[in-house]
Design a protein around this ligand. Sequence first.
Ligand SMILES: CC(=O)SCCNC(=O)CCNC(=O)[C@H](O)C(C)(C)COP(=O)(O)OP(=O)(O)OC[C@H]1O[C@@H](n2cnc3c(N)ncnc32)[C@H](O)[C@@H]1OP(=O)(O)O
Ligand SMILES: O=C([O-])CC(=O)C(=O)O
Length: 372
Amino acid sequence: MTVTRGLEGVVATTSSISSIIDDTLTYAGYDIDDLAVNASFEEVIYLLWHRELPNKQQLEELKQQLVENAALPKEVIEHFNMYPIQKVHPMAALRSAVSLLGLYDDEADLMDTESNYRKAIRLQAKMPAIVATFARVRKGLEPIAPRQDLNFAANFLYMLTGKEPAPIAVEAINKALVLHADHELNASTFTARVCVATLSDVYSGVTAAIGALKGPLHGGANEAVMKMLTEIGTLENVEPYIRKKLENKEKIMGFGHRVYRKGDPRAKHLREMSKKLTELTGEPHWYDMSVQIEGIVTGEKKLPPNVDFYSASVYHSLGVDHDLMTPIFAVSRVSGWLAHILEQYENNRLIRPRAEYTGPGMQKYVPIEQRG
Ligand SMILES: CC(=O)SCCNC(=O)CCNC(=O)[C@H](O)C(C)(C)COP(=O)(O)OP(=O)(O)OC[C@H]1O[C@@H](n2cnc3c(N)ncnc32)[C@H](O)[C@@H]1OP(=O)(O)O
Ligand SMILES: O=C([O-])CC(=O)C(=O)O
């Protein structure tokens, strides 16, 4: 048996959703650089689910479906008061809330293409409300119902803060959502596909994916980056802090990637946004520190920043609680998970690799009385 640890380089499926070829990321043939500058997140959702950009009417229809389905059932809102919310990580809350949503969806276990698409709309629409409601309830604030007249990015910020967001904040969140939407067979997407390849339901697939995204080697890295920046605190501390970590062979969060070699094309868009926002908030040190860290890590380890590195200072500048950074990633990535789940159902085969056994040799059962 040949063991490929971490399945590195293993091609486990075909997919028409997104591709990473020679460090270029495309969604259904559209370069991420093009989409980051021009697309709305709603257009990207449509693109991932249909492999073509929507026309005006199709986009309006999707936007309408998303706002109409954005509110949470009252049972899901109420459940946030049923556990020790202060102690719970928002990714754990999100994972549970998505699972709970499935219990109130009459179509949860239907498997036909149309009902799966309707579930995709409902789940995509409700993800921002879950994150925003959790964030408010844990602060003792009332949840805020979504507005029908705001786009996806603006509505999310509105539900989070209760205020109509500034255009620059909407632009930043929209860009982040576009950039995080899909990424070929990353760990959480693979998890979703493994789950639904047993012909389990959409809610199970997304719940499993949220669990995989939570880890700091994947989506959880953005929160870890902000923790590191906060620990460093000043520009003078960057050099000794990072060098010590490297000497101790510790990983620097937000750097490195399993697939990209020259660099993650998404990072530069977030870098630019980080510069702009940190200047606007009068806290340019977050950006300056990040740039200095990038200089050391690329110089010493030849590891470029990934999507999680500059997203940390972007979200911080928007006033986002640090532990909500990974949930925001999930609000975007659920569009990709859903595209992959629907694609998996279309041409399904159980995903079941092998393991090379390294345990004890053949044993004979010994009754418990005779064991030492
Ligand atoms: C959205 C996303 O999921 S993007 C990734 C987010 N995750 C992070 O930012 C966490 C930090 N980065 C990492 O842990 C890794 O680079 C990963 C998980 C992204 C990729 O992991 P892998 O492809 O398995 O690489 P692996 O962890 O085996 O690293 C290979 C070598 O590079 C080193 N390395 C990789 N990333 C880093 C890092 N961030 N800091 C320091 N060294 C690193 C490893 O220590 C290892 O060195 P060695 O060969 O001397 O032991
Ligand atoms: O593709 C990966 O391994 C991780 C990643 O960058 C993502 O999921 O966006």
